[in-house]
Design a protein around this ligand. Structure first.
Ligand SMILES: Cc1cc2nc3c(=O)[nH]c(=O)nc-3n(C[C@H](O)[C@H](O)[C@H](O)COP(=O)(O)OP(=O)(O)OC[C@H]3O[C@@H](n4cnc5c(N)ncnc54)[C@H](O)[C@@H]3O)c2cc1C
Length: 510
């Protein structure tokens, strides 16, 4: 057995916080718990599963943003006297190798392991395996609610215990009732405590004696892992195709602060893609640089005395949509691959590949659709109104399977997130929970006239239309000869889409 020269560093209890989608220090319940238990002697770990790189919806751009968020987190932790190790290994393998190394080198095992819960099907399975492993190893671990204000098992029907809501409005009502309870309010208030705890730590920088870094361990012979963060950053950078926004929780908070000044105009502006009227916080929510609770607390949305039409309430309802889709994914994990409404699982999509390519490239001949698709390709983000328009167009005008679109979005969206992406696509395709009814089909020309009347958004992303009078952009007859010929005729396709839905054998007969 080899001796270990830094054993004294680990002579007092220490802990590991396993980061996943909670990439921040402030208001991180699992990390905070670990700090409290170990008096700040906590190391962070992130386990990267390389098989993820070969997923069909893998995005180098999103990965870069994720890596830069990890980098920012590592620096933040180091400033607090801790550290983050990014390992290129599945968590189960990583933890078992680490424990074996500690044992072989007479390094005391971590007394506490913590993580914040996740609700995606693959995460649930992974976490179950890890929990079983730690139990077998007799290691203490604790898990925490973090990225949702209310977890899926907390917002259930009261009249039918255990049953989950499939419609947004009653879900939102129940969610708001939970928010009004002392427990709901304390979840918001605990955000304050977390912040002040963080600033206290920041001031003290923790005692020198508390400082432990992975460097001490990783520099030992036979340590099973190298920190892979820089390697991934260097390798991935070569494949990035768009400017990557600044990452990290400090930036997320700055963005939240600046949105605070715009909240008052949210409900008027949020549907107009030419205006930066929405918070654009989705990319930070995805990685946990920020959580719903932090947003609600910071914007004072939890005060419960807003009118139903207030900006604050309208914004809060969007946050609830996110939690709703998480609840759906949690209770119906099959939606990851299939229609929520089983009667529409057998729809006979036309799936014209050449149309799909044109849609992806923003060359359909429908300016509002093309502008959206080009915004996605060049920035990695798309305005919500436009997401609805392009999704509806793919499914109901081009009669292409929503899963193709969902996959394309995941490849390009920096905020690509399974629950809201799947929810948004199934909503547009009328196959989801509480969806757009199958016969209510967006007319892209009318949508464009209504939400981008001056064509500012369209002209921003389609330079070849900059000299064209705005009113031409919303009318196929006026536009003829000035732009790509539309791939299809909207009216014809609308009728075909309705027939497609009606012709499925299990379509409800009315
Ligand atoms: C087809 C389609 C695909 C989508 N894919 C994703 C995705 O991969 N990731 C993602 O985060 N959102 C997705 N959305 C939801 C929504 O478009 C984005 O959350 C929103 O555009 C992000 O911009 P924002 O932060 O400025 O939103 P804001 O208007 O400022 O809203 C604040 C937050 O509320 C949540 N939110 C807002 N609208 C919705 C919604 N309709 N559904 C669920 N949550 C919502 C988001 O977390 C958002 O950050 C999708 C919507 C559709 C129609």
């Amino acid at each position: 057995m080899s001796s270990y020269s830094h054993n004294s560093t680990f002579s007092e209890p220490w802990g590991i916080h396993w980061f996943r989608r909670d990439l921040r220090v402030a208001g991180n319940p699992g990390l905070r718990f670990n700090w409290q238990k170990t008096k700040g002697r906590t190391l962070g770990i992130f386990c990267f599963d390389s098989t993820f790189l070969s997923r069909p919806d893998f995005s180098h751009n999103r990965f870069q943003f994720f890596l830069e968020t990890l980098d920012s987190l590592k620096k933040e932790l180091q400033q607090q006297g801790g550290d983050l190790l990014v390992v290129d290994s599945l968590p189960l393998k990583a933890f078992s190798q680490l424990l074996a190394h500690f044992d072989q080198n007479q390094i005391p095992r971590p007394q506490w392991i913590s993580w914040n819960r996740d609700y995606e099907p693959f995460a649930k399975e992974r976490d179950q395996k890890i929990s079983d492993f730690f139990r077998k190893q007799n290691l203490s671990f604790e898990t925490f609610r973090d990225h949702l204000l209310f977890e899926p098992h907390e917002v259930l029907k009261t009249d039918r215990p255990g049953d989950f809501y499939q419609i947004y409005s009653p879900f939102a009502r129940k969610w708001l009732q939970q928010l009004a309870t002392p427990e709901g309010q304390s979840r918001l208030k605990s955000q304050d405590k977390n912040h002040s705890y963080y600033s206290k730590l920041k001031k003290k920088k923790l005692d020198k004696g508390f400082q432990i870094q992975w460097k001490t361990l990783t520099s030992q012979p036979h340590f099973p892992f190298q920190d892979s963060l820089q390697y991934f950053l260097d390798q991935n950078k070569k494949h990035v195709t768009i400017p990557i926004p600044q990452a990290g929780s400090h930036i997320a908070f700055q963005k939240l602060q600046s949105f605070k000044n715009h909240l008052e105009s949210y409900s008027e502006q949020r549907d107009f893609p030419a205006i930066a009227g929405t918070s654009q916080l989705s990319i930070y929510l995805k990685n946990g640089s920020l959580t719903s609770a932090q947003i609600i607390q910071e914007l004072n949305l939890g005060r419960l005395n807003w009118g139903s039409q207030s900006h604050a309430f309208i914004y809060l309802k969007e946050i609830i949509w996110r939690e709703f889709y998480y609840s759906i994914l949690f209770h119906r994990p099959d939606v990851e691959h299939n229609s929520f409404l089983s009667q529409y699982s057998q729809l006979k999509w036309e799936n014209n590949k050449s149309h799909f390519e044109k849609w992806k490239q923003g060359e359909t001949g429908f300016p509002i659709v093309d502008a959206g698709m080009r915004q996605l390709l060049t920035t990695g983000w798309m305005h919500n109104r436009i997401r609805m328009i392009v999704a509806s167009f793919l499914v109901k005008d081009l009669l292409i399977d929503w899963r193709w679109g969902e996959n394309h979005f995941m490849k390009y969206l920096l905020d690509g997130d399974l629950a809201p992406n799947n929810g948004g696509w199934q909503w547009a395709a009328s196959t989801g929970c509480d969806p757009q009814p199958y016969f209510r089909i967006f007319n892209p020309w009318l949508q464009s006239a209504k939400f981008d009347p001056q064509g500012e958004y369209i002209k921003k992303y389609i330079p070849e239309l900059r000299e064209i009078p705005s009113r031409f952009l919303h009318d196929p007859d006026l536009l003829q000869g000035h732009y790509i010929q539309p791939l299809v005729d909207h009216k014809t396709q609308k009728n075909r889409a309705i027939l497609l839905f009606k012709s499925t054998p299990s379509h409800p007969k009315v």
